[in-house]
Design a protein around this ligand. Structure first.
Ligand SMILES: Cc1cc2nc3c(=O)[nH]c(=O)nc-3n(C[C@H](O)[C@H](O)[C@H](O)COP(=O)(O)OP(=O)(O)OC[C@H]3O[C@@H](n4cnc5c(N)ncnc54)[C@H](O)[C@@H]3O)c2cc1C
Length: 486
């Protein structure tokens, strides 16, 4: 009889582990509280022809996804089409200027020279600096489970390169005089739910990752990636049990022995991979007290999916409209835990790259505002409508004055929804914040605290974002296989 592994949750991290374990001959049963796979990689479909990626909209590090398929003898291209984007994002500054972050490095250099002519040499220095952080962190913090013995063996010079004692903003301001370029680079820590004014400059690794590895879209919508993962897991015999929420992890003699479902049914197993948020797993499924107090959640998001009955030529697939006072915006989100009074607005329009995503001559706007993680400081039930109106009014003031009359479909997603639907820690998008320079060391490990438990999610090592959680699933599966000597 093969060992039975239960995977709690069919988000990308859980699916990545399920694929590898099923391929290695384990009996794999995936229990998912919702009716479909993908977790935060969700979609919204309207009755009038609009489709939205209502979670991730841009992916990078394509080799992480390719490796998953290759590791089980398959080719990603037979399952989905990763579409390289011409530009990762178009940035609109509050002074009316704009800048396009082209994915081709030479084109990006030309754009830097066009918009920031006095900063071209500084950009070259910055790119090398960001690359050095990548080189110094990749092995220990990205591509392997966290291991102190490996850390101890690393080159001490790497410590100098990771720039852990500045904040990302202070480091960016050290390189550039043009505050718009600093603001552009300050955006990157938000891709792991952190503040550039608090997070260590080690997060300046992210610009290198985006510039060197490019930005990608999945044809037909991001959800196709999750569907491909599910199909692959099923091809190797994993079974999926949807609308089945795990209420508790059962243990016997200090080792996991099974799970208890919401229905009361218990199911035995030899090991568990939890793709449930790591903090929720320990606090709610294992009853660990006070763990929530030990961690700061990453920021959350307020989403508006807007079916817009017109086309807007000045917008690209990915767009950011910056706030005029970035520091104030982050103080509101991370210190006051309030929604920003003048938010930076991200708009992703997949119909710009994939015609079928909206009716002809129309656009599917996925509008995302960074939001504080859930706390008593901000009451979503009371404030949601007023905040929605603030966002639409701000969009109107940014040059979309006819927007009111163009909205043909609308759906909001709040931090409350992320918490209720996915058990995400305080409604966070990326799990645990990296606002503290110790975060990378304190993040829950992939081998859990109970024998036979493994963690694969954005709140576990190596962190949030679609490539990272795919790696999280890889590490959880590999540690499990090593422990079971399979
Ligand atoms: C609005 C938004 C925008 C984003 N943009 C990007 C982006 O552009 N690029 C990018 O790379 N990343 C982005 N992300 C982040 C990315 O979506 C996540 O980091 C990643 O998808 C999380 O995957 P995960 O495996 O940690 O689990 P999740 O997606 O959180 O999935 C966990 C699954 O477990 C299930 N579950 C939880 N508890 C239980 C239980 N007790 N029993 C049964 N099932 C359970 C949940 O229902 C869920 O399906 C975005 C996220 C959001 C919300």
């Amino acid at each position: 009889m093969p060992n039975h592994v239960i995977v709690i949750g069919a988000g990308l991290g859980g699916l990545s582990a399920a694929i590898r374990l099923a391929h290695r001959g384990f009996k794999v049963s995936v229990f998912e509280k919702n009716s479909t796979a993908g977790g935060k990689m969700q979609e919204v479909i309207s009755d009038n022809g609009y489709r939205f990626d209502a979670g991730p909209t841009l992916i990078t590090m394509p080799f992480v996804f390719e490796e998953l398929f290759k590791s089980v003898g398959r080719n990603l291209n037979d399952y989905l089409a990763l579409v390289p984007l011409e530009s990762a994002c178009k940035y609109f500054f509050s002074d009316g200027s704009s800048f396009t972050a082209y994915c081709d490095l030479n084109r990006l250099r030309e754009e830097i020279a066009r918009v920031f002519p006095s900063e071209t040499e500084n950009f070259e220095r910055y790119f090398q600096y960001s690359k050095k952080i990548y080189d110094a962190t990749a092995e220990n913090f990205i591509y392997n489970p966290l291991s102190f013995s490996r850390l101890l063996k690393s080159n001490p010079l790497d410590l100098l390169h990771i720039d852990a004692f500045s904040t990302t903003h202070a480091a960016n301001a050290r390189f550039f005089k043009d505050s718009r370029l600093v603001q552009f680079l300050d955006r990157f820590p938000t891709y792991v739910g952190s503040s550039p004014y608090l997070a260590p400059a080690t997060l300046n690794v992210i610009p290198f990752v985006e510039i060197a590895f490019g930005g990608f879209y999945v044809k037909g919508g991001m959800i196709q990636l999750a569907k491909a993962y599910q199909r692959l897991a099923e091809e190797f015999g994993a079974t999926f049990h949807f609308n089945q929420s795990v209420q508790a992890i059962l243990t016997s003699n200090g080792k996991v022995s099974g799970v208890k479902l919401e229905s009361g049914e218990t199911i035995e197993c030899d090991a568990i991979v939890s793709n449930d948020d790591a903090i929720h797993t320990y606090a709610n499924l294992l009853g660990e007290k006070r763990i929530e107090e030990k961690y700061e959640a990453s920021c959350s998001g307020f989403v508006l999916c807007l079916g817009v009955g017109a086309t807007h030529e000045r917008l690209a697939h990915h767009n950011i409209f910056f706030a005029s006072d970035y520091e104030k915006e982050f103080a509101e989100i991370f210190e006051q835990k309030m929604m920003p009074s003048e938010p930076t607005i991200y708009i992703s329009i997949s119909a710009k790259s994939d015609e079928g995503q909206a009716p002809e001559g129309k656009e599917n706007w996925f509008v995302l505002i960074n939001a504080p993680f859930l706390s008593p400081a901000y009451d979503w039930e009371k404030n949601q409508t007023a905040y929605r109106n603030l966002v639409v009014n701000r969009l109107k003031s940014l040059g979309f004055s006819s927007l009111d009359g163009q909205i043909e479909f609308e759906r909001a997603i709040t931090p409350m929804d992320l918490k209720m639907k996915f058990n995400s820690f305080r409604g966070s998008i990326y799990g645990i914040s990296s606002n503290n320079r110790m975060s990378a060391f304190l993040r829950p490990r992939n081998r859990g605290k109970v024998k036979g438990l493994y963690l694969a999610s954005g709140s576990a090592h190596p962190g949030g974002g679609t490539p990272m959680v795919t790696l999280s699933g890889k590490f959880a599966a590999e540690l499990l296989m090593a422990d079971f000597k399979v």
